[in-house]
Unconditional design. Structure first.
Lengths: 112, 116
């Protein structure tokens, strides 16, 4: 069956450092992969989408890579700030009717 | 442009009861998806509505049903509530301009359901 794995343990990093979050998937051939941010008690907010023919995508301090051979995406936040503390969800998808499937998320805590 | 709004924000029901949750999609969006998010888990896809028709369903029993109205707003109905139905229910809309390889979702803030 299809499976999405994100670090279930919380990730604690020092302010100013680069945070790297991992998303691995199995039994999937996603046409694209999305990353969302979710704050406690709030709905997820879209951050970035990367397509299968793209290796890397950037948006301000965010960078996403997509390796279809390794079946993995890495999500980087450079110069992290306490305001970046949240849960980050990855969502690989094969398109079609836009059923987007989410991983369990990784909780990031940026320590001042 | 108004975002996705959901109501109610919180509600408490008892086992066996029925609940209706409501969602107004973002202006111009004709596709609405519903998700269930248990504590500490990622959102799980329940179903999607496109132009008032169900357009895909996740692994949820038939007691989870929905509707979409001509103005693209939507309802999620859950019958015969069980304790495990306690969760945050999220509605997300997407743009008709999005092709099959986009899929960006715009979420509401959710309805927190507690079943006692």
């Amino acid at each position: 069956s299809q499976k999405i794995e994100q670090n279930s343990e919380a990730l604690n990093i020092q302010e100013g450092k680069t945070a790297t979050l991992t998303c691995n998937y199995t039994n999937y051939s996603p046409a694209y992969l999305q990353w969302y941010r979710q704050d406690p008690g709030r709905g997820p907010v879209f951050l970035l989408l990367i397509r299968e023919n793209e290796k890397e995508k950037r948006k301000e301090r965010l960078k996403v890579t997509f390796d279809t051979t390794l079946k993995q995406s890495l999500f980087h936040i450079t110069a992290s700030q306490p305001a970046d503390s949240a849960t980050y969800l990855c969502a690989p998808d094969s398109g079609g009717y836009q059923k987007v499937t989410f991983g369990t998320g990784t909780k990031l805590q940026v320590i001042p | 442009e108004t975002g996705v709004t959901q109501s109610p924000t919180h509600l408490i029901k008892t086992r066996g009861q029925q609940v209706t949750l409501r969602c107004s999609s973002q202006s111009g969006h004709n596709t609405v998806s519903w998700y269930q998010q248990a504590l500490g888990q990622g959102p799980q896809f329940i179903f999607q509505y496109y132009r008032e028709e169900e357009n895909g369903r996740g692994n949820f029993p038939p007691r989870f049903s929905g509707l979409q109205f001509p103005n693209y707003s939507s309802e999620l109905n859950v019958n015969a509530l069980e304790l495990d139905d306690s969760a945050l229910y999220l509605c997300a809309s997407s743009s008709p301009l999005a092709g099959p390889n986009t899929g960006e979702l715009f979420f509401g803030e959710g309805s927190r359901l507690t079943v006692l």
